[in-house]
Design a binder for this molecule. Sequence first.
Ligand code: SF4
Length: 396
Amino acid sequence: MDVSRGNFSSSGIIYEVPPIDLPRGFNVDNAARIRKDTGMITVAVGRINDPAQADEILSSDKADMVVIGRAQLADPEFCNKAQAGKAEGIVRCVGCNQGCYDGFVSTEIPFITCLRNPALGREIEYKLTTTEYPKKVLVAGGGIAGLEAAIILKRRGHHPIVCEASDALGGQFALAGEAPRKEEMKTAALAMGEQAIREGVDVKLGTPVTASLIAELQPDEVIIAVGSTPMELKVPGSHLPLVTNSHDVLAGKLTISGKVVVVGGGLVGLEVAEYLHDQASEITVVEMMDQVAKDLGQLRSICVMENLYASGVKTLTDAKCVEIKDNAVVIESKGQLQEYPCDSVVVAIGAKSRNFENINAFCREHHIPCHVIGDAVQARRALNAVAEANEIARAI
Ligand code: SF4
């Protein structure tokens, strides 16, 4: 008996294609109970994405068999790597749902794909070929787009050098992993950095790419994967001390308490609201559009909204922050102005590409082919950033 649950006609759909918000192995206890009570041979399934987790289910007699679905879409070599004792090299499914559900149901793409495995379903087309002309490729930025490009380049016989301005790899994806229930994303981003190093990619941390660095390294080609920075709110008072942004909050750079207003009700704004739930006495999310969570996939949206509702976070839609005062925000809604007293304001209105004109200008002047990928082109989903990185690394 395959012990699963869910349906496609209610919010129970989250159990059919479980996002990261659901605990790993969330059906296993049911399988164990049915097995014990009926004596039937049972199969455990659902968010099982690690060989050690599968081993534990079997060795603790919770099920007779483990079935692993999406984890093998993310890494078709999952079982082979596990059998060879190389579990650390498994590319983990992170329950993002971006490629295997969201894009497909929105008909944005006509087939499923995978954030972690852009070659999914197109294995022949995406088969890696060894280059006849190995090149030194400078990759500016060590987020998941830069790392994907570097790993693919290295496997093809090129010599990638990843230069990351901060002191850690993983970029925005690792930062996103600070939000509630998303630590697997952080783990995946860090594991990707470790994998790049294991495969021999030259990684330099604390090294922003400048014109003089390019002159010193003399790369044959440059990939710009410098990512994005938070957009600033341009209203009177937006530079007051009570104002901060979502990135600094998720990075744990400050402590926030009291009444908090989060400006922006997209994915990041809602996750920040959840993140602050234990610290703040009251949280209000202000969104200009008629609905919050518009940029979330359908299934993650159900989970995030359920958690927000349970935690008592208030949301205001059709509401625009027009001014920030020392202890309040001024909100315009349906032609009316209203003040909301608060102790902190967190701006989460999206991200804009980081400036890389210095790199571009140097490459232009010295005729070095230069490619821009990921959020450096335009801030969007990680699925697009990784796919672009893979594509450019196969083309060089
Ligand atoms: S798209 Fe995301 S959830 Fe779907 S298989 Fe890939 S990593 Fe897993």
